[in-house]
Design a protein around this ligand. Structure first.
Ligand SMILES: [Zn+2]
Length: 317
């Protein structure tokens, strides 16, 4: 029996997506693809989102994240509407026993969605939500990188982890469930952990995010048994389905054995990236460009200062 795979899950690129009133609207063109084949490219593209323009670039290349149409979002919306229909119908029936439920239906839908008739799908994805999600993924990537660094160089990792966690805003500490540092410090001292305090905090961040990802209230991942539209083709193998690209991104980042990030060796960049090969030291080039811009820039700088490449390797390891 084969295990469930993420490789059959499909999503749509949106090459003509556009911006309108702080929303990204997905346009009419839709190019299907399998995100499972582009895991590192998608994680790298998320690292580059920081404003409207970069959020739009991302959507054109990889599609809408799906934050506004997630399974819990849609289900909550529908259960609110169903509740309202049941309530209004029961109340009106008392006054008028012959009332038609269809008219109540229309009235309630109009109340929830005054401008768009019966179409309840949101018009677009709020750019602020996309930027917030991308920032969350950047932070989680950094937590993951630091945890890996602990295995290689504990002193350096501890120094960088302290600096990173101290620099996190209260809002982000809340998101990652580590806002009460004093309480956590006491909890850490009571436990008999071999690792240092910042290693403990980093593992809490990953643990809390894994827990909320897998929580049944999220309802955003399910297993489907494949059925083929063509008779006689193999069927019945389990396929993991996601309610949106954002859920897929969280999954590949949090699953054990998923891609691991590195920090770009160009000090002027210093961004995180997910290397395609183990010895890759610089951010990948943007789409359509052959060589990494960071590699070019840093190479020129090194040559100008008469420093050869092997020496750089020594610095960065
Ligand atoms: Zn770079």
């Amino acid at each position: 029996m084969s295990g469930p795979s993420i490789y059959h899950w499909g999503w749509m690129r949106r090459p003509d997506a556009r911006i309108e009133d702080g929303l990204i609207i997905d346009g009419v063109k839709a190019e299907p693809y399998h995100p499972g084949e582009y895991q590192k490219d998608i994680l790298n593209a998320i690292q580059r989102i920081s404003d409207e323009a970069t959020a739009l670039d991302f959507t054109r290349q990889w599609g809408i994240l799906g934050l506004a149409t997630s399974a819990p979002e849609v289900e909550d919306h529908f259960s609110q509407i169903n509740g309202a229909i049941t309530f209004v119908y029961a109340a009106r029936k008392k006054e008028n026993p012959d009332i038609d439920i269809k008219s109540i239906h229309r009235e309630v839908l109009e109340f929830f969605n005054p401008n768009r008739g019966c179409n309840l799908t949101p018009k677009g994805e709020p750019i602020s939500a996309i930027i917030h999600f991308a920032q969350r993924i950047k932070y989680l990537s950094e937590a993951k990188r630091l945890l890996k660094l602990y295995q290689e160089d504990e002193t350096e990792a501890s120094y960088e982890a302290e600096e990173w966690i101290s620099g996190l805003s209260i809002e982000w500490r809340k998101v990652f469930d580590i806002e009460n540092i004093e309480f956590l410090q006491k909890q850490y001292e009571r436990g008999c952990s071999n690792s240092d305090f910042y290693h403990y905090l980093l593992s809490l961040i990953i643990k809390a995010t894994r827990f909320s990802f897998s929580h049944r209230s999220e309802r955003g991942v399910w297993v489907q048994l494949y059925t083929s539209p063509i008779a006689g083709r193999p069927e019945g193998h389990p396929v993991i389905q996601f309610d949106g690209l954002f859920r897929f991104i969280q999954y590949i980042l949090l699953v054990d054995g998923g891609p691991s990030p590195k920090r770009c060796a160009d000090p002027k960049c210093g961004q995180l990236f997910f290397p395609a090969k183990a010895d890759q030291e610089y951010c990948p080039p943007p789409p359509g460009v052959k060589r990494s811009r960071c590699e070019n820039r840093h190479g020129q700088w090194l040559r100008r200062h008469g420093i050869s490449k092997p020496k750089l390797k020594k610095w960065t390891t």
